[in-house]
Ligand binder design. Structure first.
Ligand SMILES: *[C@@H]1O[C@H](CO)[C@@H](O)[C@H](O)[C@H]1NC(C)=O
Ligand SMILES: *[C@@H]1O[C@H](CO)[C@@H](O)[C@H](O)[C@H]1NC(C)=O
Ligand SMILES: *[C@@H]1O[C@H](CO)[C@@H](O)[C@H](O)[C@H]1NC(C)=O
Length: 269
């Protein structure tokens, strides 16, 4: 343990988790919250700009500027200061706007519970798919994700899941497989994934390091398409999964028609 911490500090990495202070704000997105908790992204959760986000997503998760830019632009568009150039993490839980969506992996739907905080009951239904497995994989993650959709579709009378939600709910799964594992193979140790969702903590002590290969629209688009193959969920007619549909949803365009839509959703827990 001591030698691990020593190596981490020699590498300039902090395994300590400062966490949120009383006035700090957080989002429904465990990835962004973890980066803020480690003070890699602004710990306050406030005053994020595109350059700030680009820098901290790159150093924390090796996320490329193409993805950081659209997340940043989407964040600014959803925030409490739409005419400003900044956003706060707690501006990201407007239902069906940015970040927060129905059938999230670890948050309740807005109409059935608290859509902001980690919900263990829901998260356990995802973890159940990984019983006796030490790593998350694309085929199993795909089935766990699809189960969240069918479960909420049955019990949430206002379930909202169109082509945009379809693409982004795959994006949410692709993000945890990529940040905690590998942006190409999607193989991620379960204990890393649990640390991210359950503690919003980057699992440095367990051996995690940011992926060596960059996470960008290209890798995420490819993984979304593979996830869809993994669960066989019927794709909306006309929707082609991949980099361009991912770009479209982050730009508030309908991923099928390319027309502007009002509601957009980004990664949620
Ligand atoms: C989402 O949850 C927050 C509480 O965390 C609540 O204030 C907000 O109204 C909810 N959004 C919707 C649309 O229910
Ligand atoms: C967790 O989610 C379940 C299922 O949506 C819901 O019934 C429960 O109220 C949620 N718990 C909290 C604390 O929001
Ligand atoms: C998990 O492993 C335990 C112990 O080997 C076994 O009893 C159980 O049936 C396994 N569960 C599943 C779902 O494979």
């Amino acid at each position: 343990m001591h030698s691990t911490l020593l190596l981490l500090s020699l590498a300039g990495i902090s395994a300590a988790l400062p966490g949120p202070r009383p006035d700090d704000v957080r989002s429904p997105c465990p990835g962004l919250n973890s980066l803020a908790n480690h003070d890699i992204c602004l710990r306050s959760g406030k005053g994020y700009t595109v350059p700030i986000l680009t820098k901290c997503l790159a150093s924390g998760f090796n996320v490329g500027p193409d993805f950081a830019l659209i997340v940043g632009a989407a964040g600014i568009g959803s925030g409490k200061t739409p005419l400003g150039l900044t956003f706060d993490l707690d501006g990201l839980d407007h239902h069906n706007f940015i970040i927060e969506d129905d059938a999230s992996l670890s948050r309740a739907d807005a109409s059935t519970g608290d859509n902001h905080s980690f919900n263990k009951t829901i998260w356990d239904t995802v973890l159940n798919y990984y019983t006796n497995m030490s790593t998350a994989t694309i085929p199993v993650a795909a089935k766990a994700k699809y189960n969240r959709v069918t479960t909420e579709n049955k019990r949430n009378p206002t379930f909202s899941y169109g082509p945009t939600q379809f693409v982004l709910s795959y994006g949410e799964t692709a993000l945890y497989l990529s940040t905690m594992g590998d942006p190409v193979s999607g193989v991620a140790p379960i204990e890393y994934v649990r640390s991210l969702f359950e503690e919003e903590k980057l699992p440095y002590e367990l051996g995690w390091r940011p992926p060596v290969k960059q996470i960008n629209l290209n890798t995420l688009g490819a993984m979304i398409a593979e996830l869809n193959v993994g669960n066989g969920e019927v794709v909306f007619e006309g929707l082609i999964l991949g980099e361009s549909s991912l770009k479209a949803v982050f730009r508030s365009l309908d991923p099928i028609t390319g027309k502007i839509i009002v509601k957009i959703v980004v990664c949620s827990g």
